[in-house]
Design a binder for this molecule. Structure first.
Ligand code: KG4
Ligand code: ZN
Length: 343
């Protein structure tokens, strides 16, 4: 079989244009993440049309820079990969067609990657292969999922959110508090000098043994507080942020504990943009000590969207002989566990 590494991977599903080159041992040879946060900040969130346009402008220089950082040329690349979904359709199309064009022009194997599988395997970037089995908690801006992972592509979803994702709970709460986008980062920063027991906020638990999440009640409670008492300022704002953060982290931790116990799993992965949260990281580290978990989270730069996680997931599948069609389309609502291009 022809070599499939190094693989050049592209991520453009939302508001980061990213490219990365993954080498034969699963290591990052060179990567670039160009964030559009400053372009969208004035609108308080991602504007899809603007995001697509920014991707079009950024993609070529971002890919060139990633190759340069890797000390490689296009001739050295053995395969090409890109996020196929889920995400904003116009954004996905930019990275996907760029990668497909490159694969056609160079006669290289191509693979479309599920963005959520990228997040799930991100803690193993740098390792030749992930360590299975494990319990994975994926917490991002659009998804909250508990997964029993047995092998690459062998995933069982144990629970997901009924309404808002954990990242949305941070972002919507932050917006109500008048904080800038992306809200999770702002809440994390202010919460560091806040008292997490200051405001009683609901923990959307549903039944105790259920592994489903619900964060919409929390958003309503935040709104009701602000409607009654006004937007907090100064120390009161810090306290509010700490209380909001604690409510979200506590639910994530309790459900993860329940899932680990139900499945008898001791290897626990916490990943996705919200896994960058400092309180979440310390709370899970404390729990790991108590429960005897082997806990892994990605390095901070691989928690939020990046192309190295896409390249790493692609490498795992390419090494198993998987390929995608060069006419693979973008899948904006691709579900977790579904391989792009398959029903
Ligand atoms: O994984 P990601 O970059 O994009 C998606 O695939 O959605 O996650 C973005 C989410 C946003 O909701 C953002 O507010 C949240 O991750 N986030 C954080 C932190 N950093 C990013 N939430 C809490 N604390 C953080 N430090
Ligand atoms: Zn993501």
């Amino acid at each position: 079989m022809l070599p499939v590494l190094p693989v050049l991977a592209i991520e453009s599903s939302c508001d980061e244009t990213a490219a990365s080159v993954i080498g034969a041992g699963g290591e990052v040879l060179g990567e670039v993440v160009r964030s559009q946060i400053d372009d969208h900040k004035v609108f308080g969130g991602v504007v899809p049309e603007l995001a697509s346009r920014c991707h079009v402008e950024a993609i070529d220089p971002v890919v060139s820079e990633a190759l340069e950082r890797a000390g490689l040329q296009l001739d050295d690349i053995a395969a090409v990969a890109a996020t196929a979904g889920p995400g904003l359709v116009g954004c996905l199309l930019v990275g996907l067609s760029y990668a497909q064009g490159l694969a056609v022009a160079r006669g290289l194997p191509f693979l479309g990657v599920n963005h959520l599988e990228g997040h799930l395997l991100a803690p193993f970037i740098g390792d030749a292969a992930p360590d299975f089995p494990f319990l994975g908690l994926i917490v991002s801006g659009g998804h909250t999922l508990l997964v029993h992972a047995r092998d690459v592509g062998d995933y069982e979803v144990l629970g997901e959110t009924r309404d808002d994702a954990a990242g949305e709970a941070f972002d919507k709460g932050a917006r109500l508090l008048g904080l800038p986008y992306p809200g999770g980062v702002a809440v994390d920063r202010l919460a560091q000098s806040g008292d997490s027991s200051a405001i009683a906020l609901p923990r959307g638990m549903k039944r105790r043994d259920s592994l489903e999440f619900s964060f919409s009640g929390l958003k309503t409670a935040v709104w009701q507080h602000i409607d009654r008492d006004g937007v907090p300022e100064g120390q009161a704002l810090n306290d509010f942020c700490a209380s909001l953060q604690e409510a979200i982290v506590e639910v994530l931790l309790r459900k993860t504990r329940a899932a680990a116990a139900q499945r008898g799993l001791t290897r626990v992965i916490v990943t996705g943009g919200v896994a960058a949260n400092s309180r979440l990281r310390s709370a899970f580290a404390e729990a790991a000590e108590v429960e005897g978990w082997e806990l892994r989270s990605p390095q901070l730069r691989w928690c939020t969207d990046n192309a190295s996680m896409i390249g790493y997931a692609a490498a795992q599948r390419l090494l198993r002989g998987e390929r995608s069609s060069l006419s693979l389309d973008a899948s904006p609502s691709l579900r977790f566990g579904v391989t792009p291009g398959r029903a």
